[in-house]
Every structure is written in structure tokens, then in C-alpha cells.
Design a protein around this ligand. Sequence first.
Ligand code: UDX
Length: 439
Amino acid sequence: MRLTVIGTGYLGATHAACMAELGHEVLGVDVEPDRIAALRSGRLPFYEPGLDELVAKHVASGRLRFTTSYQEAAAFADVHFCCVGTPQRADGDGADLRYVDAVVETLAPFLERPAIVVGKSTVPVGTAARLSARLAELAPAGAAARIAWNPEFLREGYAVEDTLRPDRLVFGIDPAAPGTEAVLREVYATPLAEGVPVVVTDFPTAELVKTAANAFLATKISFINAMAEVCEATDADVTELSRALSFDTRIGGRFLNAGVGFGGGCLPKDIRAFRARAEELGAGRALAFLGEVDAINLRRRDRVVALAEELCGGEVTGRRVAVWGAAFKPESDDIRDSPALDVAARLRRRGAQVSVHDPRALDNARKRYPELDYATGALAAAQGADLVVHLTEWAEYRTLDPHAVAEVVSAPRLIDGRNALDAPSWRAAGWTVRPLGRP
Ligand code: UDX
């Protein structure tokens, strides 16, 4: 099939390359000429394991092309995936829909043949119905220009795998346009043939699946972090608690790792936008608990800062602190709402001299937080440090030799903000180790 993918960020670039891998002819569309120029030469503007190879492979095969022209997009295909961002609004908790709206406003006037605009962006419930009316109003094809909603659940770091072999597919279909289901089934023929389950539903349910899934995951993380707070008050061990809970198959062990909490471009802003939308709909009480989920999450960052002060004898002013990790999670260079950088910046504001290391995210971090120092290696960051704070659980930090690190620091003190380092071996090498939610 011929498809366009509008928006070539983390979601769109992955979707475009994976659709080409599934055998389709794909045109990626973006308003940023520099981004398009880079993609045309097979270069990605961000890090995602395996994606650069896939983009290069299909740019070379000719199945993946890029443009900045919506007119070209409308002429090329009749199925258009909308993959632009929906960040948090600058003036509140709701989602900023300007980019999604711009896709419809810009594309619609070129839609002269029957076409489907398939939304993948995470949007407040009710958006698809609104866009559907707007599309029919603006498109020369009128009501033959349809909306479908097909939320995306990919995780950064596993984006290619999650897109080629998703847990499930969700198709939100307008009952007045039942033919759109067959088109989506054709797009996803390969995963469907491999047995990926599909839920075909209406617009609002499809929109809600995505926000509900992210709200559940965020709640699960904040639940275990709330348990960590209680463990800290009683000298219990949250990692053993979590392990014991995980054997109950109704609970399961995934997303039950206590630490400095969730960040990234999705969970934090999605729970805020979900709650804001529920309030608009008069259902605010139903999601009031998400305010608590957010608060628990942010308190973990306060806890790391307080521990840092405690370990440095009351305050961090004038102390050298090494921060390991800048990305919001490993295998990503994404620093959006990164707990690691938020903690690093707070320590800096309290007068510490902070040296940050990350295997992938240093360029992004440097642009966002120029006031921090950056080191190209974990050991270099730790040079002369009064305290080391481990905040993003990259595998390379687990292979560091605690004795070797002890030799370069000025005091062997460690906060493990992800409960991922082997505390006994660090202690055996002379370190004072403070994990989160553990004695
Ligand atoms: C998330 C959802 O998982 C995905 O389905 C959705 O499409 C987009 O949002 P992503 O933001 O890539 O994906 O990251 P995810 O792997 O979910 O991690 C989110 C955050 O939670 C990270 O900061 C991670 O460090 C943190 N986390 C995760 C924990 O603190 N503990 C856990 O047990 C799991």
C-alpha cells in the first residue's frame, strides 16, 4: 500500500520505517526541512536502537521517502498517519493540540479523493470526533475524507519491535465509515496474520485505551514508589517487597521497580492531560487519584535531593556531585521530563558542582541544562566527587568496578536512585550506599 506518515519524531519516524519494513511504500512528512534532509540521507535526529539501520535500509530500497510538502503527500497516498506530538500546554495541564489540528487543517484542502487520516498521536477523548467534522468540512472530497483512530503503544528503546510486533492493535472507527476497518486490516496484514489481537471500537474508546494504559502504568510505578516511602519509614526493603508481589500473577512484576520515578515524553504529560480532560467532562473525581500518582512520582525526586544533602553532611553547597544518567530511561537519548536531569539541576541550584554522564543523551542534556557540567565517561564524571548519584539504569553502570570508582572519588558515597546497582559489592569496596526504599 501507499501510506504517508505525518510527523517524523520518535513515533512517526519509527512508524514510517516499520511500515516500509512491512512492505508498504511510505512517504514521511515533516514541516522541519533540516529533519527531512537528515532522514533523506538515512540519518535519525534521535537515538533508537535498530531504527537507523531500518531507515537507511528502506531509504536505499526506495520504499521510504521524505518530504515537507503536504500537497505531495495528498497526491501520493490515500492513507495518512498522523504522528505529531501532543505536548503539555504551556498554560496548564491539558494537551496542546496545535500540531494535530495543523495536520488536518493543512492536509484537508489537498484531499480531492476519498482518503483516511489515521490518528496515532495521544489525544484527549473527543478529539477524533472533532477532527472528523473538521476534515469533512475542509476537504474537497467532503465526507469521503475520513478519520480513524489507531493509538500507538510503543516504548522508546523498543520502538521498532513494538511497532512490528505490537501487543495489540486498536482501531477506532466511525460507524458511518465502516470501510476504514478493512483498510487498516490491510495496512497491518502482517502482524494480524501473526496473531496480534485487534480491538475494533468507536472513537472515544480508542482514544481512552491509550490514556488509560498510560495512567495504569504510571499508577503501578507510583504504587511501588509509595510502598518505598513506607519502607523507608520502617526499614523494610521495597525490592524484596516488589519481588514477592511479582509472583502473584494478578499483579505481575513489570513496572514495579521502585526508584526515582517515571519521566519521558508520555507518562507525566499524559496523566496530567487525562485528568484535565476528565475535569472538563465533569468526571474529574474519577481521575483525582492521578494527581496523587503525579505527586508521589515527584516526591521521589525530593527524596534523592534530601538524601544527597544528608550524605554530604547537611547541604550540598560547594560539593562535587557526579550524576550517572541523563536520559529519562536507558536505551534512549530522550531527556523530556527526565528525573535524572531534574535532580541534577536541583542539586546545582543548591550550590553543588554537578558533573553529568550519559552514554547517549549528553548533547540533548547540554542544550537543555547548559549550567551543568558534562563528562564523557562515568569515571570522568566521578573524578573528585563527594557523592555519586545513579539515576538512569544504563547497563554500563552495572559493570563498573566499585574499587576503581572508589579510587577516583574524593569520598565513596553513592545514592542508587534506580535500585539497579549491586549494593553489597559497592559496600564491600568501602562505599556508603543509599538505595531508595531500602535500608
Ligand atoms: C510509555 C509507555 O510504556 C508506552 O506504552 C507509551 O506508548 C508511551 O509511554 P516510554 O515513555 O517509552 O513508554 O517509557 P516506559 O518504558 O514506559 O518508562 C516510563 C518511565 O517509567 C521511565 O522513566 C522509567 O524509568 C520509569 N519506570 C518504568 C519506573 O520508574 N519503574 C518501572 O518499573 C518501569
